[in-house]
Design a protein around this ligand. Structure first.
Ligand code: PLP
Length: 357
């Protein structure tokens, strides 16, 4: 089966097989990686290698810390304001869609002035994000936050915003999907369960100069400065998630790294959008310049067929296609682990369903 779920999402089959084979006897220690202390030298080696592999893959400059955090993507919604802004600061948020809205709501708990600089707009060619010249930027924002890939809406901001404040990006659903200039950012964070590994785990990539000024009441496990100092082992980390993420990073390297992944992801997305655009039966609501290469929402012309579509898709081994409960319709998430064969199978199924409808 091919799993098009938005998250937790499909992991590479090769990684799942390796994890299964090593499950009871990791690193020839006779016990599972689940049972090893995070302070064991073998685990420390794994953790350090994982960080190095991520640094290699994303070409992360030396003046950034890579943190392996608890609490998934939403944990970072509060970690960012608590670590990067003071309670009386002003922060700017671009509202790109549903996940941006959740991030904004959370930031308001910790920072007095949360300024929403712009939002989604309707254009002749579909949904888009207000263009940069219309943003109402603050003068002294502690940071500028945006979500370059809105998982639910299927909207992407493909150009990195050019703003004076440190740039913070929620890359939960697009991290590692294509090449990226990390040096443009102050903080990049991502819940792990789409392109990396298990849920509940998160990566935060933080520029050194932004460390050292957490708000006084920041919980210690969410404190970037503490976690940087403790190499993300202030308390017991999620060792199994760390291990699986490490396997995914190695798998990505074997695939040719992020440049190769990006080419493949663009080709997968183009195939699906081209098919949707060529049909009167299916439609995508997003302006072509703002379409996500990871999450492709689509509607059937007659929504009464939604149930039948999902049932037949499931039967054909195409899982997780139901759209998010907030927006309905369908959504195909085509993260790194989804091979072209999965997209081919989906397009073929959609063509056949349309023909029979
Ligand atoms: N941000 C984005 C863009 C997401 O897609 C998600 C989850 O799907 C989250 C944040 C929240 O992540 P979590 O469920 O790990 O808290």
């Amino acid at each position: 089966p091919f799993n098009f779920s938005a998250g937790p999402a499909m992991l590479p089959a090769e990684v799942m097989k390796q994890a299964q084979e090593e499950f009871l006897n990791w690193n020839d220690l006779g016990i599972s990686v689940l049972e090893i202390s995070h302070r064991d030298p073998a685990f420390i080696r794994l953790a350090e290698q994982a960080e190095q592999d991520l640094r290699d893959l994303m070409d992360i400059p030396d003046n950034y810390r890579v943190l392996f955090m608890h609490g998934g993507g939403r944990g970072q919604f509060s970690a960012v304001p608590q670590n990067i802004a003071g309670p009386n600061s002003t922060v700017d948020y671009l509202n790109c869609g549903i996940w941006s809205e959740f991030a904004i709501r959370e930031a308001k708990k910790y920072v007095q002035h949360v300024n929403v600089v712009g939002a989604a707009v309707q254009t002749d060619q579909g949904k888009a994000i207000a263009s940069a010249d219309a943003w109402q930027l603050s003068e002294n924002a502690a940071y500028f936050h945006y979500c370059p890939n809105e998982t639910v809406d299927g909207i992407a901001v493909h150009e990195i915003p050019d703003v004076a404040a440190p740039l913070v990006a929620d890359m939960s659903s697009n991290i590692l999907s294509e090449p990226l200039d990390v040096s443009r950012f102050g903080v990049i964070y991502a819940g792990a369960q789409k392109n990396i590994g298990p849920s509940g785990f998160a990566i935060a990539i933080v520029r050194d100069d932004l460390l050292g000024h957490p708000q006084g009441n920041t919980s210690t496990i969410m404190d970037y400065t503490v976690q940087a100092k403790e190499r993300s082992m202030y308390n017991t980390p999620n060792t199994f998630a760390w291990y699986l993420s490490a396997l995914v990073f190695q798998w990505l390297k074997r695939q040719g790294g992020i440049a190769a992944m990006g080419q493949m992801n663009h080709a997968k997305a183009a195939k699906l959008y081209d098919f949707i655009d060529s049909s009167d039966f299916y439609s995508n609501p997003v302006n072509p310049n703002y379409r996500s290469i990871m999450n492709v929402p689509f509607l059937l012309a007659d929504e009464r067929l939604d149930g039948e579509f999902l049932q037949q898709a499931q039967h054909a081994g195409l899982l997780g296609l139901k759209g998010h409960r907030f927006v309905g319709g369908m959504r195909a998430s085509i993260y790194n682990a989804m091979p072209m064969a999965g997209v081919d199978a989906l397009v073929e199924f959609m063509r056949e369903f349309e023909r029979k409808a």
